[in-house]
Design a protein around this ligand. Structure first.
Ligand SMILES: CC(C)(COP(=O)(O)OP(=O)(O)OC[C@H]1O[C@@H](n2cnc3c(N)ncnc32)[C@H](O)[C@@H]1OP(=O)(O)O)[C@@H](O)C(=O)NCCC(=O)NCCS
Length: 152
């Protein structure tokens, strides 16, 4: 089941985030995202196992963050969550942007499967724990149905 994130989800969402990110969002950032962004969670057996945060901006959107619990990855949940979260965007964006670490092959694979493609490379963008830096791939997904709606 995919539904809006609520205040009661913030503890588990913060825990999942801390398991998968080297620079995780804080509880406060997640709490603020409830008002500022579109935050969704995916449940399995009534347990939250993942989340997705999208930022609608005029007729576009940015994918800010998403994760699936490490024990639940590779089962199609990330794809389902991303597709449904995009469908639920109320501003019907014509395109959606995201940034992802170049080495994050599972995320890049997921985004490509969801229709995103690379448009740019932001060099030395992400800090690594060892002091080095990593490139960010900038990707975009064109939402052609929403684009066509602009001309109706
Ligand atoms: C990226 C992430 C959200 C993917 O979620 P998931 O539930 O594991 O992904 P799915 O099982 O839905 O897989 C969807 C597609 O992603 C790609 N993918 C998933 N895992 C992959 C892997 N280990 N290697 C390569 N591609 C992979 C595949 O294209 C897959 O489609 P397929 O099963 O038809 O081959 C998850 O791995 C995760 O939480 N990672 C840590 C946090 C993160 O990196 N978030 C994104 C950056 S903010």
């Amino acid at each position: 089941m995919i539904r809006d994130m609520q205040a009661a989800d913030i503890d588990i969402v913060t825990q999942i985030e801390a398991m998968v990110q080297t620079h995780p969002w804080s509880k406060q950032q997640f709490a603020e995202s409830l008002n500022s962004y579109q935050a969704t969670v995916i449940e399995l057996n009534k347990q939250v196992v993942g989340f997705c945060i999208l930022q609608p901006v005029l007729d576009e959107a940015n994918l800010l963050l998403m994760a699936i619990h490490p024990n639940m990855q590779g089962r199609g949940l990330g794809f389902k969550l991303l597709e449904e979260s995009i469908n639920q965007l109320k501003n019907n964006p014509v395109q959606i942007f995201l940034e992802v670490r170049e080495s994050n092959l599972s995320a890049v694979g997921l985004y490509e499967k969801s229709g995103f493609h690379q448009i740019d490379l932001r060099r030395h963008y992400y800090p690594n724990p060892d002091g080095t830096r990593e490139h960010a791939i900038i990707m975009v997904k064109a939402c052609s149905d929403n684009f066509a709606d602009l001309f109706k």
